[in-house]
Design a protein around this ligand. Structure first.
Ligand SMILES: Cc1cc2nc3c(=O)[nH]c(=O)nc-3n(C[C@H](O)[C@H](O)[C@H](O)COP(=O)(O)OP(=O)(O)OC[C@H]3O[C@@H](n4cnc5c(N)ncnc54)[C@H](O)[C@@H]3O)c2cc1C
Length: 387
């Protein structure tokens, strides 16, 4: 790889190590995608990621992590996403949980970080059967009771729902206040009476991650389980989501890189009419455009990550704008790049055994996960309108 993005020596080492791990796990990744849900293969991948320290890399060393920067997260996720979007998504999912854990009270924070370092996973529970984008109207409630809260609500699309031991549960504490001041966040042990998690859904893409529905009924938690102040859920959600959304943009970039690398190798080998297909201008120009697209995505993503690292400004309006731009651009372009890769492979492109078929499916999902692109454009337009 040419180092045109001026990565430091430790960053290059991190990137190469992540590439090796992803390559080692490729056969397991393929099988996990084929089977879907909470499979043995998924558990093998989870174990390897935990053993290598990737699931807690963003934690400070005193908490058992490497104090990874946002740029480090991006470099690792790009390598993982070259083979599978869901594989890379685990990293941003866990990083997102860590951002939220910064809002927990000291003892609660220490308790859950210890569990995460021991290998327990976190699920983020916001979306509901009737409310995905429109979270101000969520049905989940947290009612004050004695020295704590009583939580109830139905949640949907919960990634890692079937695998997680720790839940970050969002609910309305003040339905009248709605989005601004009405939502609160709680950290909840998943193994409590009243929490029921459904078997994972069978999905088009990101199949490696189990996605489940969940019901929470009359689960009581102490006041210390609340993250931040009452009504601060939107801020907590926003900070975690900005990190998760940059992860979404990074995953899309990695999917495109993986599809491009495979299509390029194939086009140099495959011959028709006496020459490699890359020498036919129609195919050569497709690959040229893929090179342009991949490099533009990489430059935008690395620049956004470096800006977030430099400013430490993860929850600001500027950060939300920059992340929304990278997420929207990369996920739309990745779908085009992965589609062109399928086209270059010809009929082989749609075989289940062909990696580009999986990357194409995951690229479609990337436009929906971490906030659909319509919502991203709405956010960008609103920011532009405010001036
Ligand atoms: C793979 C995957 C993993 C996920 N993991 C989690 C998770 O772990 N935890 C979690 O809480 N959620 C998760 N989600 C949910 C996700 O974050 C989104 O909230 C959800 O996909 C969008 O909600 P919805 O499907 O209910 O769509 P709706 O909100 O019903 O919207 C339907 C369509 O209308 C569009 N739309 C809605 N409102 C507007 C508007 N005002 N203007 C223009 N267009 C609009 C949307 O963009 C979408 O295209 C996941 C989703 C996916 C796909």
């Amino acid at each position: 790889m040419t180092n045109i993005h001026e990565l430091s020596a430790p960053e290059v080492e991190l990137q190469l190590r992540a590439r090796t791990v992803a390559d080692d796990l490729l056969p397991t990744t393929r099988e996990a995608d084929r089977v879907g849900g909470f499979s043995d293969e998924w558990q093998q991948i989870q174990k390897r990621l935990h053993d290598e320290g990737y699931l807690t890399m963003y934690l400070p060393p005193e908490d058992g992590g490497w104090a990874a920067s946002i740029t480090d997260l991006v470099l690792v996720q790009e390598q993982f996403a070259r083979h599978d979007g869901g594989f890379a998504n685990v990293i941003s999912h866990e990083a997102c949980a860590s951002t939220m854990l910064q809002f927990a009270q000291r003892e609660v924070r220490d308790h859950y970080i210890e569990r995460m370092v021991a290998g327990e996973l976190t699920a983020i529970c916001i979306s509901e059967p009737t409310v995905g984008t429109d979270i101000a109207n969520m049905g989940a409630r947290a009612a004050r009771e004695g020295y704590g809260y009583r939580l109830s609500g139905d949640k949907r699309y919960i990634s890692l729902g079937a695998a997680a031991d720790i839940l970050l549960f969002f609910a309305l504490t003040d339905p009248k206040a709605g989005l601004r001041g009405g939502i609160s966040a709680f950290v909840v042990d998943r193994h409590q009476d009243g929490i029921d998690i459904q078997p994972p859904e069978d999905t088009l893409g990101f199949r490696l991650l189990p996605h489940s529905d969940m019901t929470v009924r009359n689960v009581t938690v102490p006041e210390t389980a609340r993250l931040g102040d009452e009504g601060e859920g939107l801020r907590i959600f926003g900070e975690g989501l900005n990190l998760g959304r940059l992860g979404g943009g990074t995953q899309a970039m990695g999917l495109a890189v993986g599809a491009y690398e495979r299509a390029l190798a194939f086009a140099r080998e495959r011959e028709t009419m006496g020459r490699p297909i890359i020498k036919h201008q129609a195919i050569g120009f497709k690959l040229a455009q893929m090179e342009v697209d991949v490099e533009a995505m990489r430059s935008l993503t690395y620049a956004t990550a470096r800006w977030l690292d430099r400013t430490g400004d993860i929850g600001s309006r500027d950060a939300s704008m920059k992340v929304a731009v990278a997420k929207t651009h990369n996920t739309d372009v990745a779908l085009r790049v992965c589609g062109e890769a399928v086209q270059i492979f010809g009929a082989q492109g749609i075989w289940r055994s062909n990696d580009v078929e999986r990357l194409f499916r995951d690229a479609k999902v990337s436009q929906l996960v971490d906030g659909p692109n319509e919502l991203m454009r709405l956010r960008i337009a609103n920011t532009l309108a405010r001036g």
